[in-house]
Design a protein around this ligand. Structure first.
Ligand code: RIB
Length: 349
């Protein structure tokens, strides 16, 4: 196995120049850089990252903890973070918690033990909002950037969207379509995103002078099955809602299954609006009205922020909070104004 000294001799440069070409830590002339790269190829040199890590006290590795990578939102989040990491020659290690906080604690401990240089974290629901384990990680001087969900009471860098405003705008769109009995299927109230989207729903109703009806609220878990089961409950009731706001895309898919099983149609019998862009949902009808979150950009910007924090070594600096824009994309699932539906029924009779 060739050594860095043999590469330096072959390229007729110093060992330090070879290290600078490998790390990008300092500028190297094009001519010298080309000689070093040629020597590495000819000798088949492989840098010893373990030795380099010990010397530089950096592993060039980031950890990333998400809820469930099979959810399109999180897979896009990871893709964005991976892109930014690779651009800077960082390795990204990704883990799923399935929204179990004990798993989150376990993975954080493993990542700290492996000396990752920083961690991107989408927190799991924690009873009593107990996120002391996140604080401990930060206090152990491992930089953390929280994505999508910010644990309450923790001073941490974050990249999020304004869930309250986006949910409020989504429900206002249903109100503009003439709906007054609007149901909601939420995520776990232990999650900030779920709480904020419920708050946006309540704000929109209050501004329209519509009393909040707890009978129109169902608490899900951001997974398809809960959207299906709770959707059946909501729509099987005698005075079913004419529209449902679903707090995430996977639960909306479950609701659509319930609509079909009950012999109903969207938007004819029930309008549906949700969160999360799901590219594969474009292959089904109706196309869903949704708040499209910039998940890829959220992951990319989060990784960039984390690497800046690592380079500055200022883990105690005031948190940076990046707020991205979420766009309401209106589609077929809310295309029918309520009054038009009544007219069509009358004409059909
Ligand atoms: O689909 C998962 C949901 O949980 C997304 O809406 C994302 O915001 C996360 O909070």
């Amino acid at each position: 196995m060739a050594t860095v000294k043999e590469v330096a001799a072959r390229a007729e440069v110093s060992v330090g120049t070879v290290s600078n070409v490998l790390s990008g830590a300092a500028r190297v002339s094009c001519a010298r850089r080309e000689r070093v790269l040629a020597a590495i190829r000819e000798l088949g040199y492989q840098p010893n990252h373990i030795a380099r890590s010990l010397k530089l006290r950096q592993t060039m590795t980031l950890g990333m903890i998400v809820s469930d990578i099979t959810n399109p939102f999180f897979s896009q989040l990871v893709r964005g973070a991976e892109e930014a990491a690779l651009e800077a020659n960082y390795l990204l290690l990704t883990f799923n918690t399935d929204d179990h906080v004990d798993r989150e604690k376990q993975v954080l401990a493993v990542l700290r033990a492996r000396r990752v240089d920083g961690i991107l974290l989408v927190v799991a629901p924690a009873p009593n909002s107990d996120y002391a384990h996140v604080n401990e990680t930060i206090e152990m001087r491992t930089p953390v950037v929280c994505l999508d969900r910010v644990p309450p009471g923790i001073k941490v860098d974050s990249v999020t969207v304004d869930n309250v405003a986006a949910a409020r705008r989504c429900v206002q769109h249903l109100l503009e379509r003439g709906h007054r009995r609007i149901g909601i299927i939420t995520g776990s109230p232990l999650l900030e995103t779920a709480r904020q989207r419920l708050l946006g729903y309540r704000k929109a109703l209050a501004e329209a002078g519509i009393p909040f009806d707890s009978g129109l609220v169902r608490q899900g878990d951001f997974r398809t099955r809960s959207g299906y089961q709770l959707g059946r409950e909501l729509l099987a009731s005698t005075r079913r809602p004419t529209a449902v706001f679903v707090s995430n895309g996977l639960m909306a898919i479950g609701l659509l299954k319930a609509v079909e099983e009950l012999g109903l149609q969207c938007p004819r019998d029930v309008a549906i609006a949700t969160f999360d862009d799901m590219p594969w949902a474009e292959g089904f009808r109706p196309h869903l009205t949704t708040v499209a979150q910039p998940a890829y950009e959220m992951g990319y910007r989060g990784a960039k922020l984390l690497m800046q924090r690592i380079a500055s070594r200022e883990t105690a600096a005031p948190p940076t909070k990046i707020r991205l824009h979420a766009e309401l994309k209106i589609a077929e699932s809310t295309s029918l104004p309520l009054r038009a539906r009544g007219l069509r029924h009358t004409l059909r009779a």
